[in-house]
Ligand binder design. Structure first.
Ligand code: NAD
Length: 243
């Protein structure tokens, strides 16, 4: 990509674990990046304080930052007993992000979904992005993430906006505030003296810098595809795209 064609990025949730790694990866390759979040943790890039469920606040940040690519990683963490908050941030908030992007002619939106959106309680082996979420989600977090993912993908092509969603598995690595803290809490509470299953259970994990890199690759590849190109991809891969 030539220098004149480079995107300008707004990382929503850029104060968080994944969002911060995305910011660092963008800075490392010389890109212009700003952060939109309800909390500020870093001071090396322009910061816009706001809540994604407020479309006007997202719109302001888009105009001031001059963003041409939104990377939307914001969400309350998994495991909270507050379905209304998940709905407000992940569903209403993502709807507001899409509306603000279209209203401000932003051409690219990359959304961080979750591998959890397709989990139905039984083993999932050798699955890929064609798998749809189950009719009944495992919990409010996954229900709201699945709904947001669908809205983002259905917005593809709306008013010149092109979208993509990624489904990372459990994230680990430097800067994590959830995973190791949660494991340590289990240990502290003496909850380690039992076993579920026969000790052959497997779980997918994604190292945080790999997840961040995937977001940059997705952003770089996002562009309008012609109907012919889409038909060719479907034919080559023998796939029926879900949305
Ligand atoms: P995180 O909690 O570290 O970061 C989320 C950020 O979003 C925080 O900085 C928070 O302040 C911000 N935020 C929350 N509500 C907001 C709002 N209303 N408006 C603006 N900003 C808001 O979480 P993370 O682990 O970095 O996860 C990032 C994304 O990845 C989330 O969308 C999550 O669903 C997804 N994900 C995470 C994991 C994981 O294992 N951590 C796994 C799969 C998917």
């Amino acid at each position: 990509m030539s220098a004149s064609k480079r995107d300008i990025y707004l990382v929503i949730g850029g104060s968080g674990f994944l969002g911060r790694h995305i910011v660092e990866a963008l800075l490392a390759r010389g890109d212009i990046v700003s952060v939109f979040d309800i909390v500020q943790r870093y001071h090396d890039v322009p910061f816009y304080s706001g809540d994604i469920s407020e479309e006007g606040q997202v719109g302001d940040a888009l105009r001031k930052s001059g963003a041409t690519c939104i990377i939307h990683t914001a969400s309350p963490p998994h495991g909270m007993d507050d379905p209304a908050l998940y709905w407000k941030v992940n569903v209403d908030g993502t709807k507001a992000v899409i509306a603000a992007a279209v209203a401000n002619s932003v051409p690219k939106l990359v959304y961080t979904s979750s591998a959890g959106v397709v989990f139905h309680g039984d083993n999932l082996i050798d699955i890929d992005e064609r798998l749809l979420p189950p009719a009944k989600a495992m919990d409010a977090y996954n229900e709201s993430k699945a709904k947001a993912e669908r809205m983002v993908l259905e917005a593809n092509g709306e008013g010149g906006l092109y979208t993509v969603a990624l489904r990372p598995a459990g994230l680990f690595g430097p800067g994590d505030r959830q995973l190791i803290a949660g494991l340590y809490e289990v240990y502290e509470n003496n909850q380690t003296h039992f076993q579920i299953g026969d000790n052959t259970n497997l779980f997918d994990w994604t190292y945080i810098t790999n997840a961040a890199h995937a977001h940059l690759l997705a952003a770089d590849r996002l562009r309008p595809y012609t109907p012919e190109e889409i038909a060719k991809v479907k034919e080559d891969l023998h796939i029926a795209l879900p949305y």
